[in-house]
Write a protein that binds this ligand. Sequence first.
Ligand SMILES: NC(=O)c1ccc[n+]([C@@H]2O[C@H](COP(=O)([O-])OP(=O)(O)OC[C@H]3O[C@@H](n4cnc5c(N)ncnc54)[C@H](O)[C@@H]3O)[C@@H](O)[C@H]2O)c1
Length: 351
Amino acid sequence: MQHSVTFPSGKVDYLFQPKEQAGKDPFAALSTSYNKQHMVIITNDHLAKLYEPLFKGYKTLVIPAHESSKDLHTIETLSKQLLQLEAGRNTLLVGVGGGVVTDIVGFLASVYMRGVAFGFVPTTLLGMVDAAIGGKNGVNLGLNKNLLGTIHQPDFILYDVNFLQTLPNIEWSNGFAEVIKYACIFDVELFEELSNNNISFYKHDHNALLALIEKCVAWKNKTVIVDEQETGVRKLLNFGHTAAHAIENLYELPHGKAVAIGMVIACMISQDVAGLDKEATVKLKKLLQQYHLPVSQSIDPRHTMDVLRMDKKRKDDKIDYIVLEHIGMAVIHALPFSVIENALTAYASHN
Ligand SMILES: NC(=O)c1ccc[n+]([C@@H]2O[C@H](COP(=O)([O-])OP(=O)(O)OC[C@H]3O[C@@H](n4cnc5c(N)ncnc54)[C@H](O)[C@@H]3O)[C@@H](O)[C@H]2O)c1
């Protein structure tokens, strides 16, 4: 199954691998469109070992599997390795992994030799529903998440949900944080569907999982098509992410967990500034817990605020914060730092 989506800066092919393909070469689907000799796969050390036979016969570069790899040092190391492989302008970089790998590969491909073609094979749920989509690629600068980056669309995204068979439970939860995010921003029906199910259901029902992934892909694409450069509506996708980005590296939390806590903080702010019903916050907390995600985290509001002040959505002493009017309806409010700091202090005092 294949379809293309055209963004202002380019067309992306979405390739969905059939279920029967389990255990077979997922990259074979690329051989009709791309020259294997020009392909360089980039993955992490964990996946390189776990899926060793799949990488046989492909030029493969390996990075350490951790968020701390998402920095300029890795970009420099990979660039030098590409030079050693004599990778030129006709090279196709293929990022195989979760959001850490795809963010690094997208950024590297945007700057290596001023830009080479690239594609993604996301192997985590979070990568499939969010990180691989939309063309935002970046690395961290110290504690500041994704501070250095580009917006550059991949040529293709290849979906093979068979990869999820080896995904640890904790990473399923992390992925569901982004799924729940879409439900909060856009889709109350999806919120209800998620409330009636759990991770185990989606793990064991291939069709339901595929439909869920496709729904998330559609929400993200719809948003990015109209606002690729994130000057307006694309900002909505940052629901939960403003506080999340500040606490993620500060407290070394996985992205999904940080987003879960960020969504709870955003709901508390929404009650004050957007009239969100308190009951909606209770419902969201219940849903997050149903998907084994945290709702509380001990934070230092001052330290958090110090990192948050450098958020990319900052304008002078305000930040475009994404708040909910109700579940399924997110809006942007330019909030003064003082309002955000008060909310962080209130959250910290309850946790
Ligand atoms: N660019 C974007 O639009 C965007 C959106 C959301 C998140 N992100 C970024 O994505 C990153 C988080 O991504 P993630 O949650 O995928 O984390 P990740 O890439 O760190 O992967 C999580 C863990 O799962 C392992 N793993 C991956 N696939 C596996 C598989 N099939 N089987 C077994 N283990 C597997 C990895 O080795 C890793 O240890 C963060 O850096 C975040 O900033 C980017």
